[in-house]
Design a protein around this ligand. Structure first.
Ligand code: GTP
Ligand code: MG
Length: 138
């Protein structure tokens, strides 16, 4: 069975949307295989966002991700990688379709970074790598 790493980013936790976001994941039929609330440090975020190093939004993204606790979850189900990204919606919450997590619950807050509530792995390789980073020993 496929697995993906889902993060509820600090904006989602801060706004009290953890329950609503987990509800949508469970209502879709996916299963939670692991769940934790933790703070991310530079080392973890550098590894997690290695593909974005050097891009203009990298530094604000890392600062944002350190601005508060993050909920990390391993979510399980057939085609869950594609399915969760569909639930999440487009990266930019302003244009994300209504019906999606980002489209229904997110917006532009005028900051340098896209505060878009959630992260989901984008491929099976990313999922394995990211689950290993956030849940070492799993
Ligand atoms: P994740 O699920 O968080 O990985 O989102 P994504 O796969 O839709 O986006 P991507 O991996 O390309 O970028 C990771 C994160 O960097 C995004 O979720 C945004 O928070 C931020 N980001 C990506 N592209 C931009 C951009 O062009 N401008 C800004 N300000 N932030 C960006
Ligand atoms: Mg991504």
């Amino acid at each position: 069975i496929e697995r993906t790493l889902v993060l509820i980013k600090p904006d989602g936790v801060r706004r009290g949307l953890t329950g609503e976001i987990l509800r949508r994941i469970e209502a879709k039929g996916y299963a939670l295989a692991a769940l934790t609330l933790r703070s991310a440090d530079d080392e973890l975020l550098a590894a997690h966002y290695a593909e974005h190093e050097g891009k203009p939004f990298y530094a604000p993204l890392v600062e944002f991700m350190k601005s508060g606790p993050v909920v990390a979850a391993v979510v399980e189900g057939h085609r869950v990688i594609e399915g969760f990204r569909s639930l999440a919606g487009a990266t930019d919450p302003t244009g994300a379709l209504p019906g999606t997590i980002r489209g229904d619950l997110g917006r532009d807050w005028g900051l340098k970074v896209q505060q878009n509530l959630v992260h989901g792995s984008d491929s099976p390789e990313s999922a394995v790598r990211e689950i290993g980073l956030w849940f070492p020993g799993s």
